[in-house]
Design a protein around this ligand. Sequence first.
Ligand SMILES: NC(=O)c1ccc[n+]([C@@H]2O[C@H](COP(=O)([O-])OP(=O)(O)OC[C@H]3O[C@@H](n4cnc5c(N)ncnc54)[C@H](OP(=O)(O)O)[C@@H]3O)[C@@H](O)[C@H]2O)c1
Length: 230
Amino acid sequence: MTSKTIVVVGASRGIGRAIVELLAKNRSTKIYALARNKEKLISNFGDFSNVHCASFDLSHSIAGQLADIFQEESKIDILINNAGTLVNKPFESITHEEFTQSYQINAIGVMETVQYFIQKMNASHSHIVNISSMGGFQGSMKFAGLAAYSTSKAALCSFTELFAEEYKATNIRMNCLCLGAVQTEMLEDAFPGYSAPLSPQQMADFIVDFAENASRYINGKIIPVSLSTP
Ligand SMILES: NC(=O)c1ccc[n+]([C@@H]2O[C@H](COP(=O)([O-])OP(=O)(O)OC[C@H]3O[C@@H](n4cnc5c(N)ncnc54)[C@H](OP(=O)(O)O)[C@@H]3O)[C@@H](O)[C@H]2O)c1
């Protein structure tokens, strides 16, 4: 089997960290772990010689940052767009800045990231996995306070369908996983005191298997991955 090169955005903590830890066990896989906090990335993954840590902020200059990190890399097999940000506030008090930051990080920044990687991914049969939320899944139960978060995650779902259609003649497949509750710091911000049925490691097991294998069968799909409400 040929070795894969995999990019995980949002790898400094929570589910993204667990994804990289799992991927890194396969020493033939080359992993790029991205997030704003490079020190945290290095402290998480410094012991893995197959993990490359790089500082990356979805809130600005996406193409320029990625060009600096990936200029020597000709082929990317899997991109996992896991980074996300959450605002939990009554609708009327959400500021313009909070709306725009939520959309920039959860949707626009992901689209700009994908724009950058298209040329590097079309060379092989490749898979882009977008991590959305049950809050962004059409028809799911919605929760007060999450207007900026859930609507921006819904935009990510819509982008997945759009991209799969526009790029159906290429080698790139894209799918979107709408996660239910996983025990992370973000969950604690959204639902203080709530106990989730899954750990980041358990969810990472599913995401890694999906990212590595599902693109042979699935394209442009929005898939709920949830044991609970929320
Ligand atoms: N936990 C849940 O119950 C749950 C449920 C549904 C969906 N999700 C989704 O699953 C994904 C992971 O969630 P999580 O619970 O693991 O969240 P988390 O613990 O808050 O981790 C979020 C990750 O995103 C990165 N990030 C945030 N802002 C960024 C930016 N501007 N640029 C680059 N990276 C940024 C963070 O790193 P830095 O701060 O170092 O940049 C961190 O590594 C998110 O997309 C979330 O919406 C989670």
